[in-house]
Design a protein around this ligand. Structure first.
Ligand code: SF4
Ligand code: SF4
Length: 109
């Protein structure tokens, strides 16, 4: 039996945009964030983030972004295997002419 693994998130803060207002740190339900000695938000307990979205939605300077840690892009970012066009198999790849045109030999000018 395998335990279900907890989804982890990256909490990315853009320090140039963060003005250290503390809204994100004050209202994060998991106390992920704090304001550091430089007056910038910092995700000290990133593993506790549940991606509730509060910090992203309420940061007045759009200085914080939360995304899944597995590196996968969101489902909106491209075609799924079901909707993507198949490789160009429909254009008669079996004919000798077509096979010749797909030769790895470089074309001479
Ligand atoms: S809410 Fe935005 S500007 Fe304010 S401390 Fe957090 S990241 Fe910085
Ligand atoms: S998404 Fe929610 S839990 Fe994660 S850092 Fe932001 S406010 Fe905290």
């Amino acid at each position: 039996m395998t335990a279900k693994r907890k989804q982890l998130y990256n909490v990315v803060i853009y320090p140039d945009w963060c003005k250290g207002c503390g809204i994100c740190a004050a209202f994060c339900p998991k106390k992920v964030l704090r304001i550091d000695h430089q007056g910038k938000a910092r995700a000290d307990r990133e593993d506790e983030c549940v991606n509730c979205g509060f910090c992203e939605l309420h940061c007045p300077d759009f200085a914080i972004v939360v995304r899944p840690r597995n590196g996968l892009a969101s489902s909106m970012s491209g075609p799924t295997p079901e909707t993507a066009d198949p490789p160009s198999a429909a254009s008669g790849a079996a004919s000798p002419l077509s096979a010749a045109s797909q030769s790895p030999e470089p074309k001479r000018a």
